[in-house]
Design a protein around this ligand. Structure first.
Ligand code: GDP
Length: 366
């Protein structure tokens, strides 16, 4: 469930954005032979300048970034939840993601029709939100029906879940997303939502798709989206999908030049990947060897043995200790040896919570 789902009304630039992500995947795919390529999925490298800094010191043969999964979720249009209902494919695709990236059209172009007849990002956002909410009401009603049957017996868990489900139903029927529901009984809510995975319980980020000239300065549409998002504590990332698609083939220098000429520092796509990674509660630690300098993905709050298991299962079972140098110390000292000489190499045990950017060696029994 650790992925980002892309949604958006037709003609907002969702496919263009997803194409750019797919190109980013393909550019790196030789490095990720373990990833199967699926048409609606892109596994993209997470930009991290720290890897380049480590590589400058270590001079490795290979460099590997952390990756992040994006899933293109087709089928979300106005009225989608009515009639036939949202298809099973739609629901299973969106359920496997934890964060939603909604691409919102913030550019004008007479040649590209808007299905609603005008450019109005807030209206678009509300249409999508409404569809997600209707889908949730549908799933929740089914759950309530089945919980009612179970609660007739003496199933206390079912009774607790039913109570919360009915309360939640009232809440979302008023137009509120599940994410703003005050969970009175967190455990019952989690139990209920575990396989239900209600769509409006997911975090939303907005990708405001602008024309090239809207990148340096916010246009009125972007301003409206930012205001709307701020009230809901959500992130807005401005991008020009067309430019992103073009830039994927560029080398670093060409990319920097392009971004400079457009008046921005970081590409919108890079921001989406970076912030999405963070929103999912993920972080990276590093291993730095001459064969490979590599970032490994873990959840924030992961202990050293569990972090080691990401490299190999045996590392967790036989874990003895970890040798850790923080990224800052590693760079400031100019590498592992000098960091050790400066006393910056820490020995950490099983309880150690790995920190973002830790450069690690694991000691383990085989
Ligand atoms: P989708 O239906 O949301 O997947 O939209 P597409 O990505 O297919 O884009 C619809 C049309 O809008 C295509 O012709 C794109 O080239 C165009 N488009 C996408 N982003 C932009 C943009 O930032 N500016 C302009 N002018 N056109 C764009």
């Amino acid at each position: 469930g650790l992925g980002i789902g892309l949604v958006g009304l037709p003609n907002v630039g969702k496919s263009t954005t997803f194409n750019a992500l797919t190109k980013a995947q393909n550019a790196e795919s030789a490095n990720y032979p373990f990833c199967t390529i699926e048409p609606n999925k892109a596994v993209v490298p997470v930009p991290d300048k720290r890897l380049d800094e480590l590589a400058k010191i270590v001079n490795p043969e290979r460099l590997q970034h952390s990756t992040l999964d994006f899933v293109d979720i087709a089928g979300l249009v106005k009225g989608a939840s009515k009639g036939e209902g949202l298809g099973n494919k739609f629901l299973s695709n969106i359920r496997e993601t934890e964060v939603i990236l909604e691409i919102v059209r913030c550019f004008e172009d007479e040649n590209i029709t808007h299905t609603e007849g005008s450019i109005d990002p807030i209206r678009d956002i509300e249409i999508i939100e409404q569809e997600l909410l209707l889908a949730d009401m549908d799933s929740l009603q089914k759950r309530i029906d089945s919980l009612k049957k179970k609660a007739k017996g003496n199933d206390r868990d079912a009774k607790a879940q039913l109570e919360i489900a009915e309360e939640l139903m009232e809440f979302i029927a008023d137009g509120n997303p599940v994410s703003s529901f005050e969970k009175i009984d967190e455990d019952s809510f989690k139990a209920m939502n575990k396989d239900l995975r209600l769509l409006t319980s997911k975090e939303i980020m907005y990708g405001a798709n602008v024309d090239e000239d809207g990148l340096a300065e916010d246009n009125e549409y972007v301003k409206a989206v930012k205001e709307y998002a701020a009230e809901r504590n959500r992130e807005v990332i401005k991008l020009c999908a067309k430019v992103e698609e073009e830039m994927v083939d560029f080398d670093e220098e060409e990319k920097a030049e392009m971004l400079g000429s457009l008046g921005v520092e970081e590409s919108g796509l890079d921001q989406i990947i970076r912030k999405g990674f963070d929103k999912l509660g993920l972080m990276s630690y590093f291993t730095a060897g001459v064969k490979e300098v590599r970032a490994w993905t873990i959840r924030k709050g992961t202990t050293a043995p569990k972090a080691a298991a990401v490299i190999h299962n045996d590392f967790e079972k036989g874990f003895i200790r970890a040798e850790v140098i923080s990224y800052e110390d590693y760079i400031a000292c100019g590498g592992e040896q000098k960091a050790k000489e400066a006393g910056k190499n820490r020995l950490e045990g099983k309880e150690y919570i790995v920190q973002d950017g830790d450069v690690m060696h694991f000691r383990f029994n085989v």
